[in-house]
Design a protein around this ligand. Structure first.
Ligand SMILES: [Zn+2]
Ligand SMILES: [Zn+2]
Length: 107
């Protein structure tokens, strides 16, 4: 499933290197979906990437204290890379998110 403009996804914020701030799940609205081109598209074909990873998205990130906009973001369902997006935990079958705790009650 490809993300669509207007859908809500999660943006994983960057933590600070010293650990003062950890990465957090933030609600984000998809503002643009750009299909991969050139080398990226070729790489995706060779490695047989999932459909949702064959694009980069722009997001309006809803931080508690303000809006933040970013473009050209990659999906990371492992939620390890700050500055990436993923599907909200309650719409996946994963076993709980270490960042926001969502999805933990699903079995
Ligand atoms: Zn999340
Ligand atoms: Zn989370």
């Amino acid at each position: 499933m490809n993300p669509k403009v207007g859908q809500i996804v999660h943006y994983l914020s960057y933590g600070t290197p010293g650990g003062e701030y950890t990465s957090q799940c933030r609600a984000a609205i998809v503002t643009e979906v750009v299909p991969l081109e050139g080398n990226d598209a070729a790489q995706a074909e060779i490695e047989n990437w999932d459909e949702d990873q064959r694009c980069r998205v722009s997001l309006a990130v809803l931080n508690p204290s303000g809006l933040f906009f970013d473009t050209q973001l990659w999906q990371d369902e492992s939620r390890t890379r700050g500055g990436s997006w993923h599907w909200p935990e309650d719409s996946t079958d994963t076993s709980g998110c270490p960042h926001c705790g969502r999805g933990e009650t699903r079995s």
